[in-house]
Design a protein. Structure first.
Length: 351
């Protein structure tokens, strides 16, 4: 009779594969009753762990480096906690490494991995110095020969994907938000804001593309004058950028729009402040949307219409993709896009 696999043993015992692995390796983080049940089932069904794979695991640190750069947003903090829990279920620890904006190079990742002998890397948020060629960065990262997954952003190697990535469908999200504004009767819809010109896979670029796609499909020609340039191109996703970008546009062009799509919730909050200071009411004079559904979206006045990111699904898919890369490095990378949900609140209204 063929030997059963660890997955089959896990199904027999009604536990996760990682629990079976920890029980067979006599790890202390397994309930004693669960360990006995797993060991008894292993004896009954003749399961023997793969000794070569086991020796690799014993020499491993069982730790994953989670790398962030620049400002850590509330959304990334939420994801950090979810990733930590998902990795723990698989028997891995998480070590957070924060990189300064100007140090986000492939060499920095190599140093982090080599210093601690991490099993893999998760990039939480964007990675890379703004002025550098992101495709070349992706290629250099691929040569480090350690499993990596990008979480909430794409691998910037473009068509020659070097690593898996998991993200909300940024383009589809702003498409859905803009489409909802169009359904409410809006035709002069502005966007705040794009970023420093670069790779089309940047989060802000994908969200701008979704906004413009919705306009075109509704027969509305995108007006370049309604695409607000960032006041802070290196800090696109901030309240300050939203505030200053909208304030500048109002001073230069006036309130030539009835709705405003924002790159993220923080930008939307800053935009609402600028609109209010200019004597405009939200949503009576201008509807505003965000993106992410952070906690602040529910408490700003008025509460923010936004797109809720499926954070639990993003974390689970990220860890799943990393485990695949750990178990079989030759597996082709995946680009995983998860659909968000439009949450309608008081910041939007019909014209």
């Amino acid at each position: 009779m063929a030997q059963i696999t660890i997955k089959e043993l896990a199904e027999i015992c009604g536990v996760a594969v990682s629990t079976v692995s920890r029980a067979m390796n006599d790890r202390s983080d397994v309930n004693p009753e669960t360990r006995e049940r797993v060991l008894a089932a292993a004896r009954k069904y003749g399961y023997e762990p793969n000794t070569s794979a086991r020796s690799l695991k014993i020499s491993s640190t069982h730790a994953i480096a989670v790398i962030t750069q620049g400002e850590i947003s509330p959304l990334l903090l939420q994801l950090h906690g979810l990733l930590e829990a998902a990795l723990e279920e698989r028997g891995y620890g998480l070590v957070l490494s924060h990189i300064a904006e100007g140090s986000a190079h492939a060499e920095t990742v190599a140093r982090i991995v080599n210093d601690r002998k991490f099993d893999g890397v998760i990039f939480l948020g964007r990675y890379g110095v703004q002025a550098e060629d992101h495709a070349k960065l992706g290629e250099r990262l691929a040569r480090l020969d350690v499993p990596m997954v990008f979480c909430t952003t794409a691998d910037f190697a473009r068509s020659a994907w070097g690593h898996s990535s998991v993200s909300v469908d940024d383009l589809g999200g702003t498409y859905a938000l803009t489409q909802r504004l169009i359904e409410l009767g809006h035709r002069r819809i502005a966007y705040v804001s794009d970023g420093a010109r670069g790779d089309a896979q940047q989060v802000w670029a994908l969200r701008v593309a979704g906004y413009e796609k919705a306009l075109r499909e509704a027969g509305i020609k995108p007006d370049p004058g309604l695409l607000m340039a960032p006041a802070l191109p290196l800090n696109v996703y901030s309240m300050t950028n939203g505030y200053q970008s909208v304030k500048r546009h109002l001073a230069e062009s006036g309130a030539d729009f009835t709705a405003l799509v924002s790159t993220c919730d923080a930008v939307a909050v800053g935009a609402i402040r600028a609109l209010t200071e200019a004597g405009l009411r939200v949503p009576e004079d201008c509807s505003v949307t965000g993106f992410d559904d952070l906690e602040l979206a529910r408490y700003v006045t008025p509460p923010l219409t936004t797109l809720r990111q499926p954070l639990e699904d993003i974390a689970a898919a990220t860890v799943r993709a990393l485990m695949v890369a750990l178990e079989n490095p030759k597996t082709a990378p995946e680009q995983i896009w998860l659909r968000g949900q439009v949450i309608e609140r008081g910041s939007t209204a019909a014209v």
